[in-house]
Design a binder for this molecule. Sequence first.
Ligand code: GDP
Ligand code: MG
Length: 268
Amino acid sequence: VGIVGRPNVGKSTLFNRLLGEKIAIVTPKQQTTRGRILGVLNLPNAQVLFLDSPGLHQPQHALGRYMLEVVKAVMSEADVLVAMIDARAGITADDERVFTRIRQSGRPALLVLNKADTVRKPKLLPLLERCARLNLFRELIPVSALLGDQVDVLLASILTLLPEGPRWYEEGQRTDQTLEQRISELIREQIMLATFEEVPGAVAVQIDTLESRERVTAIQATAMVERQGQKAILIGKGGSMMKKIGTEARAELERLLGRKVHLEIWVK
Ligand code: GDP
Ligand code: MG
């Protein structure tokens, strides 16, 4: 099941909600999700493989072009597409472009009108009518991925559209990301949350060492940015920004690993 849509509509929030676990990182900023992320949901009668994807947008640089390729791959790999719009924003030009690609893919698709918690019914109804006239989606489902409203209804609809097949992953496997990848993503999330303007989009995080000791897991990571000025912003006055990011990231990592974490982040 491929989850697709323009940036920031709430794809990763829904993905995590469906899986009942934080597998994809979430921020209010664009370019948060950069790659294809697999999440495996095991149910008594089904195994659903969800693919989270970067926001579909007109690429302006190499990272954007790469992200577009990722979305295309997700669309061709999925048996079912879950397209998402922001119910508060309605249908934007970027959404129209997403719809065009869905039409071209020929895949069965559902439309999720997310952030329903932010709009009143009278505003939602005309939007639903407009979406129905597109003649593209099997169902239109208003949800709040943030609050979890109607996500069970969505899941039930998804299940009716899935083809039969074997369970591809073992029960315990929830994603195909390595532990290093998940750690680096959680650190990048905190950097993106703490910084502004061009910094969030310019950051990459690399895990240098990951060492499980008796009482604590020790992690050394490098945060890389593109320019000297961004490095200064990321470090902050007297290291204050990095200290804040490190504290938040450590809390997230302790949640993921279920044990104490010692975290050092270098900026390059
Ligand atoms: P993505 O870029 O489509 O993956 O969007 P994210 O999942 O990263 O979410 C973008 C922003 O929208 C974040 O700040 C989320 O907290 C917020 N968001 C996601 N779903 C909802 C929702 O149902 N209601 C509200 N109010 N905000 C949401
Ligand atoms: Mg995302």
